[in-house]
Design a protein around this ligand. Structure first.
Ligand code: AMP
Ligand code: MG
Length: 422
């Protein structure tokens, strides 16, 4: 399969890869899933697979107020002292048809959204007439007095005023938001071309891990990455195929990988065991039926990254430490899954900040847990405490990741930097 070639060991330098270099290398070898047509009501958060061309919106000239459709020449001298009197010859509700053309001296009562009748070139609001009856179904008057003049085109929403037909209004690769679904409905797109949701297998590995609902035993810790990573995978619009906890056992591990293949997943994500040497079973199993290599990425936290494929299914192995797994996901897995899912971009918005504390770094591109607070128009960033990559609370307390570029070793109070808001 095409995806099997995504890692070529011979082409890999033994030096550190930059974050961007690793991201590009991963993306280059991933292929977008195929597409399907889905009823609009099932398309929330799905990824659009074709550009969408507009039809005229609104589709016909209509009134933007409740009032009377008029010809402006008939009321050009109207004022409250000297009203212009018009004969009311039609009543056009929203959803009604405007089939009676107005002659000189005539008006039609019209509701918001109703079509403008031929012969009218403006709508005068009810408030600007002597017909001020409210409430349900007020009777149609035979005459109405216009208390002011209106300009040609006033209170008319013309056909094509919001969007002209033939314009590209939505683009393949966007994730559909509620307002996007509304626009698709306006355009009459009942069956939407979308990318299939990728299926992603998730596996936590390590003999020390126990499920959340089991009592702790000596030497054991609870598997937290499964929960964090599953939610992250689902958040990119993928379906999670949970493989559970893999003990350091060849047979069980092999069975779990087989299950991923049987489940026809599009990618496999695992956590833990990617520091060289500790991953023997996974390495053995994957290498027998695919390829695996360890990359050293110039990033903190989460330097080790395992990438490869198992029977042609892309595999990314994240570090086990909970904070490293999270940041490794954000840096490498999110763009990879977004690409599989057909998304044009998963790039995050960066925000400029001023440092509220001095920061030491080791020269790796660093993503530090930070709290950003606004004071008098300036956003100040400080760290959430010790940056150990097992300290998940410091990530929970953070509202942003502070980015220290590669090569920078110290920053002073008041220096400028950038964050990813979380
Ligand atoms: P490893 O990547 O296997 O060297 O693991 C690094 C650290 O992460 C160790 O302290 C592990 O116990 C811990 N760890 C590994 N997997 C998980 C997990 N699924 N949930 C929480 N912590 C983990
Ligand atoms: Mg381990």
């Amino acid at each position: 399969p095409a995806n099997a070639a995504w890692y070529n060991p011979a082409a890999l330098p033994m030096t550190l890869l930059s974050v961007q270099g690793a991201q590009e290398r991963i993306l280059r070898h991933l292929h977008v899933v195929d597409t399907e047509a889905l009823p609009l009501e099932h398309c929330a958060a799905r990824v659009l697979a074709s550009d969408i061309l507009s039809t005229d919106l609104p589709p016909f000239d209509n009134s933007s107020v409740d009032g009377f459709a008029v010809s402006t020449v008939d009321i050009s001298t109207a004022s409250s002292a000297a009203p212009s009197i018009l004969r009311v010859v039609a009543d056009i509700p929203a959803g009604g048809e405007a089939n009676r053309a107005l002659q000189r001296g005539e008006a039609a009562r019209i509701m918001t959204g109703a079509p403008i009748p031929p012969g009218a070139n403006a709508v005068i609001m009810i408030e600007d007439t002597d017909f001020q009856l409210r409430g349900p179904n007020p009777p149609l008057p035979t005459e109405v007095r216009a208390l002011k003049a209106v300009k040609a085109g006033e209170n008319i929403r013309t056909k094509g005023m919001d969007i002209e037909s033939g314009r590209k209004v939505m683009f393949a690769g966007v994730r559909l938001r509620p307002q996007d679904l509304g626009l698709l409905a306006m355009l009459g797109v009942a069956n939407v071309p979308v990318f299939r949701r990728p299926r992603v297998a998730m596996l936590s590995s390590g003999d020390e891990l126990i499920p959340v609902d089991c009592p702790l035993a000596p030497g054991k810790i609870r598997d937290s990455n499964s929960y964090t990573l599953s939610a992250l995978i689902a958040g990119v619009g993928c379906e999670v195929v949970g493989l559970g906890i893999a003990p350091d056992d060849f047979q069980v591990l092999q069975m779990l990988f087989e299950r991923a293949v049987e489940s026809q997943v599009d990618a496999i994500v695992s956590s833990a065991g990617v520091s060289v040497g500790a991953f023997d079973y996974v390495r053995e199993i994957i290498e027998a039926r695919g390829r695996l290599d360890f990359w050293r990425v110039n990033v903190r936290p989460g330097r080790p990254l395992a990438v490869g494929d198992f029977q042609g299914i892309p595999f990314i192995g994240l570090p086990g430490n909970p904070v490293s797994a999270f940041i490794g996901f954000e840096l490498f897995v999110r763009p990879a899954l977004g690409h599989l899912a057909g998304m044009e971009s998963t790039a995050r918005t960066r925000m400029p900040v001023t440092l509220a504390e001095a920061i030491e770094s080791d020269g790796r591109e660093s993503y530090l847990r930070a709290i950003v607070e606004e004071r008098q128009g300036t956003h100040f960033a400080r760290l959430t405490g010790h940056q150990g990559s097992g300290n998940l609370l410091s990530l929970v307390q953070a509202n942003a990741l502070l980015i220290i570029p590669a090569g920078v070793k110290s920053l002073a109070v008041g220096d400028q930097a950038e964050v990813w808001p979380l």
